[in-house]
Ligand binder design. Sequence first.
Ligand code: DCT
Ligand code: MG
Length: 500
Amino acid sequence: MLHAPVLPPLRKRKRPLALHPAGPHPVRFQEVTVYLVERKMGFSRRAFLTGLARTKGFRVADDLSDEVTHVVAEQNSAEELWAWLRGRGLRDLTNRLVLDIAWFTESMAAGWPVAVETRHCIQEKQPVVKPCLPTAPVWAVSQYACQRRTTTENHNKVFTDAFDILAENAEFCENDGPCLAFMRAASVLKSLPGAVHRLSDLHGVPCLGDQTRAVIEEILESGISSKVQDIVNDDRYQTLKLFTSVFGVGPKTAEKWYRKGFRSFPDIHADQSVHLNKMQKAGFLYYDDISKSISKAEAEAVGRMVEDIVRSIVPDAIVALTGGFRREKEFGHDVDFLITTPEAGKEQGLLSRVLDQLKYQDVLLFCDSQESTYDRTKLPSYRFEAMDHFQKCFLIVRLQDELVRGEVGRGGGQPRGWKAVRVDLVVPPTECHAFALLGWSGSRQFERDLRRFAQRERKMLLDNHGLYDKTKKEFLTAETEEDIFAHLGLEFIEPGQRNA
Ligand code: DCT
Ligand code: MG
């Protein structure tokens, strides 16, 4: 049998690549630089595809350099192609996607770079299969959480716990940049299908800078990070963590109390000058219950209670569980619900009737209700707003033990027979249902990256209200979450895989 020859180096062409007739085009996808391998594809087809891609806003490099992110080849064997790539003198091959032409044609059809899937990748045959990251080719991890599948199973908790603490501490210090960097590092590590055993396992994994890699290295060597140790032993961190664990207390208030010299809850209560708002009063009153996590069985019990009430008012209303429990988490800090009605307008007045009913049943312990400020004519919003405009309420409800199924002896021996539980109810207008469901399902990092991806890669604005295409200058409608992923040219990610 004849062995296929190693690819010869690209011959230098005298002829320049044909410019597309329409002339230079603005680059729409900053993250992507394509290089088309000429061998087997041929000179004229390569020139044609180059022009086509450029008219669609893709950056296509004439030469293979370190700037190239997507190497695209047609009908080349993996062996030949990789041998050729190795001889190109590139800095780091693991950071590059080496893809079949299928990815390119699908991207041309979509009008943007479609999400890279394993089937697109021309994989180098490796003699030894790495035991720690068995399924994902390490270099195919996206920098966007919305292009990664992250279940509740975290193989790298030892690192992600450290990064969670570093991120929280950075937030307390109002260091937004480092805070985001640590959150991204934690998020990307949560998505890996196996545990990291050595730094080289992280080849091609994005979102990890020198600082974060140094933390990982120290944990790999000694089991702990000295930086994290210093933070958890720090008086200010401990105090702010304690104070922000109270419902209604954010980092600003916590910092104010810390500066007044308070270090414990009794310190706060003993000071006459402290004025607690309604939410904080409830936060302290029910602290023992609501600082404990809520189980899935408890969340389901709350769900039945809310659904019974909503359906007694509008029989065909939909009560959708969102937040962490929709992402299949076993525990959460609250239970989030979205209430919508199939018929537009039927949601008017529904929430206040639900609250009346909760009061009547004597289960409403606290309620902070916010009216809708949703105004279609004021959309799209160009600046990110922390909270959407839907009608909503933040509640504490009394959950009777007997409503919770399948949990024997719950309540930790408390004789009173109920537990205070934090519940959020959100009522978007029918037309926003899919966007609100996607937004309230989280995780926060998944949502952040969906918006970043939409903005940077698609020139679209996404929030809990809708999706706006800045190029077409129009809103894109969606009835389901699947519709939104499709508009964004993203593979659909199930809620259980959004635990970024
Ligand atoms: N969310 C949002 N806008 C907000 C607050 C939250 O779009 N202002 C989204 C992001 C996550 C989701 O709603 C639910 O929020 P949380 O309950 O805070 O998060 P969670 O993922 O449900 O976590 P937990 O399990 O701790 O409740
Ligand atoms: Mg929640």
